[in-house]
Design a protein around this ligand. Sequence first.
Ligand code: 5AD
Length: 462
Amino acid sequence: MSEAAWDPPVRRVRVGDRPVGRYHIETWGCQMNLLDSDKIAGALERRGYERAREAGEADVVVLNTCSIREKAEEKVFSELGRLRALKDRREGMVLAVCGCVAQQEGARIFERAPYVDLVVGTRATAALPILLDRIRSGDRSARRTADTELRNDSLLFPHDQIRREPAAAKAYVTVIEGCNHRCTFCIVPTTRGREASRDMDDVLAEVRQLADRGVAEVEFLGQTVNAYRDRRGRTLADLLAAASRLGGVRRIRFTTSHPAQMTERLMDAMAASRPKVCPYLHLPAQSGSSAVLRAMRRGYDRDGYLRKVEALRDRMPELALGTDIIVGFPTETDADFQDTLRLLEEVEFDTVYSFVYSRRPGTPAARWPDPVPPPEKRRRLEALQSLQKAIQERRHAAYVGREVEVLVEGPSKRTSSEWTGRTPEARVVNFAGSTAPGRFETVLVTAATAYSLRGELVRRSA
Ligand code: 5AD
């Protein structure tokens, strides 16, 4: 696709200056979902909708759901009950459910919540504005439509994304959707479908456009981002090399990588594309026990994972590593769990996202007995988190007295008198002083906790 075709002119369907309606989107869960909501918002704005100040003032309310870990199938109905009350008060309000629960439950949602108008699956989001038009123009046949076909619509309208104002320091760019792995705990293959990669030229055109708007950092997104391979056979290694040659963009990241697909070629491309490609990698191990990894069907064992880490650190000694761990998997014994603790000690991750195993409908592990009692699962989670906290405290303490480069993201969550940003290794840094989102600053680290660094502004670096 040529670049001109890729970024069509905005077509706003408006009657005079008035919007065709107002929309409100409620988003659950992951980064992927936040980006999907941005895409839906962009598609609606192109269609002439305006963002409502709150749900009660909206003509269209979209609930964008996530089902990766929570018992989302229940949560969705309690949330819909709340939205129904708004709908009862506002004539003509259209209620749509999107995201993974929509994909998973489909038309079943209408059985328990007949007041829902639309159910749109994860790869049919592009159909949403048209279906809304039909419903709002009184076409009764469009009501209670469930469109959950796994097309690649959502990959095809990235240019519709609206970007948060003021021009954000960083932006996410979807490069691949879906997942071809079959991990026994995971619902993603059901809810997001098989892998589909976007054309590399499309991706680069979007990155160029973001850079022109002043975005300093892009993060490539995909459930298994390192499986990226476009129709011409170009892989994530090629994309990193090409993106790092573009002017404007100063930092490049990508997430989430599957360890089994972390090839030497990709490691080489990361190392060669420094410093633009940041020295941070999110590499979910899920467990440190080979037996559990086999039952999870992860495609690597404990040693295999450790060899990947070693190969990465050989090339990039400064690399920071993040991981995901599930505790209380059905086959996990206490000895398996101890192996996971030892993995954390051995690797010394910079960040660990840890979760208690949760049975997901339709996954292979959901059919197995789940013998680890809930209090034991929680005990394991707490033990893991307290070990990791000590590791992070130790690693962060070593930063005190050092100068770091920070890309300013915005005001800090805790105190509005401070700014927050990240180092290339994705460490959070808070500091006071005069700056603005999107600027790069040098900060002298004066204090550290397990989760963030605090420092003083040194001087403008650029
Ligand atoms: N239970 C608990 N955690 C899960 N994850 C995925 N599926 C489950 C599940 N059924 C976690 C994994 C994954 C992260 C996004 O969510 O650690 O990497």
